[in-house]
Each structure stands twice: as C-alpha cells, then as structure tokens.
Design a protein around this ligand. Sequence first.
Ligand code: TIU
Length: 224
Amino acid sequence: MMTNTITPAKPYVYSYSPATAALLIIDMQNDFCSSGGFGELLGNDISATRAIIPTVQKVLAAARSQGMLVIHTREGHLPDLSDCPPSKLARSRKQGAGIGDPGPMGRILIRGERGHDIVPDLTPISGEIVVDKPGKGAFYRTELDELLQARGITHLIVCGVTTHVCVSTTVREANDRDYQCVVLSDGTAAFDAADHEAALNMIHQQGGIFGWVATSEAFMQSLR
Ligand code: TIU
C-alpha cells in the first residue's frame, strides 16, 4: 500500500495511506459559518470560520481528485428536540440562541433547516458521507465508528469548525478509538484566534497527545 507523508507536521512527520485515510470535515454548516446562524446568535464573530471556506474547498478538491473517502459532519437536533440534552437546551436559551427557536436561518440548530446545511461551497457530492450528530463529538450517538471500521479507515485528515469545540472533541474521541488524526491548522478555525491556537497546541503537545497538526499545503503536497 502506498505510504504518503505530511511534512512538516507537529510533533513530527505524519504517515498515512490514502486508501485507509478519510478527509473528515467537521460542521462547515451555515449555523457556524454564515450570518444569522447559531454561532453568530451565540454572540460570536463568524469572520474566522467563514475565512477558511476557500482553504477547505481546496483540500476537498484535492481529496476528491485522489478518490479519498470524504466524510462531512453536521451538528444539529431532531425537530422535536428529543435528542437534545436538557442542559444544552437551557444554556442555549440563556445565551439568546435557543435551540429549536425560530431564527434568520430557520429553527436554530435543527436538522433540515437552512442553518443546518453545509455551506454551498462545500456541498457534499455523491459518494461522500454525511454524519449528523447531536453532540460536539462526531462519535457520540452516531454511526461514524462503524462506517470507518467497515471501510478499514485508520487515519483521519481533519478540517472544520470550531477548533476548540467540535474539532477537538472529535479528535479526542477518535484518538481513544485508535484513529491517527492530523488537524489542518489553516483548514480549521475558532471564533477567537487564541482559542484556535490553544486548541492546536493541545493536540500536538506531549509528543502528539491527541495527534498531529500540519498546514493544508503540506497535506496537499503529500498527495502529489
Ligand atoms: N461545531 C461546533 O464547534 N459547535 C459549536 O457549538 N462550536 C462553538 O464554538 N460554539
């Protein structure tokens, strides 16, 4: 099997085979990247999450051109809120962005609403997988682990938002399940740059305690 290497990477070179790797794009949906979505209603400036869309688009095109498995995730809840933890619901309401309440993008953080859609530039195509998740992590109450195992996937190239919330939670969950993750530093974003930097440091510190960090360019170079 072909071995590709991403270098530079922190804490050191990342090796993977495209046949057993997947591009995992976390929550690049209107609720976190567009005006009027959940992220903005929570009180955040969404310019940083919007700004990575062209970079993720390039990474996605590179992965597609190599036939790499692509998985998109979306955070959201069922219309009847039966999958929303009461404390998450209560905190969202207290913050003025009540999950399920009407908003500029439809009902906030609800499956099927416009806010829940992946941004137009990154719309999934046929053959790509979309995992809908009620939590911050992509493994909790989803089929992600089973579908990765069924395809023999061992390595995850991770993009998306937000670095310190859903990206970090997912990478931590993946690490405990023995998936080797590399997070793309310019293919991920948080609303606040300090949170983004801190989250990346927490991934690659201590010899890669949760995984690796590299740039999108280094990843795309590894595919050539
Ligand atoms: N996708 C994701 O990260 N969900 C969040 O709620 N992120 C925040 O930073 N709030």
